[in-house]
Ligand binder design. Sequence first.
Ligand code: B1M
Length: 233
Amino acid sequence: MSDEEELDLNSLDDEELVQQMHDDLYDGLKEEVEEGVNILLSRGWLPYRVLTEALVEGMRIVGVDFRDGILFVPEVLLAANSMKAGMTILRPLLAETGAPRLGKMVIGTVKGDIHDIGKNLVAMMMEGAGFEVINIGINNPVENYLEAIEEHDPDILGMSALLTTTMPYMKVVIDTMKEKGIRDDYVVLVGGAPLNEEFATAIGADAYCRDAAVAVETAKEFMVRKHNQMAAV
Ligand code: B1M
């Protein structure tokens, strides 16, 4: 097909369109992804199905190739932006049609650290998986986390750090929570490239999440445990 000859997404059947949307997400083609979302909705797809089968699955493929060094940060950013654009269309519809809400998470990058690509991916994947996510951004002092916890009463607190100089700040947040007697009221998940499980254990977090997919799985596991505990009381 020549460059000028545009693919008419409307001409594809559902399966081909979803496949094309995975490719468009991979290539960071925001407008095409938006168009694909709108077409599937107009064909009667439930927003949650569009989210999981077209966007989340597409992003999963991006994540795998990023992990394997096939895609790099600029491409992942473009893909993430395209996913965001698709989610912007779906978010209000999901609220209406009641995608299952698995739990609530507050997430932010710690003080001194402005890296947010990974954190935003985690936030998006968590939303995609059915969590309500309050993303408090970057460079968060402990006060911001405490305020967000008080205001939103989440199940999970997520912290991100990408620098070896800022990762110790996670312990400051957890220690402050302990001092205030609220540490055990929340599941604390941490992530970021320089972290590992030993570090997470040492600072008193509940778990280290290697990537966004692990964050989603870990969060789900903790929610199951929480529900089981509540059922046992
Ligand atoms: Co910066 N930077 N950077 N940087 N930067 C790193 C982290 C670095 C490793 C690069 C290097 O030297 N090789 C290095 C840190 C070295 C160290 O600490 N030992 C570094 C440095 C030194 C710096 C500056 C100090 C540079 C300078 O100014 N001299 C400066 C610091 C600024 C600051 O924060 N105060 C700086 C600045 C920047 C940019 C602004 C240019 C940009 C950030 C843009 C942005 O985020 N909006 C940037 C970038 C892009 C990087 C690299 C290249 C890529 C990070 C990234 O986005 N990865 C990075 C090198 C690298 O990691 N390869 C680097 C992609 C992202 C999808 O992965 O963030 O790991 P990641 O997130 C993953 C997992 O870690 C996990 O899931 C995510 C998705 O799968 N995860 C979580 C992350 N957070 C989680 C939270 C959770 C769960 C899982 O909560 C539950």
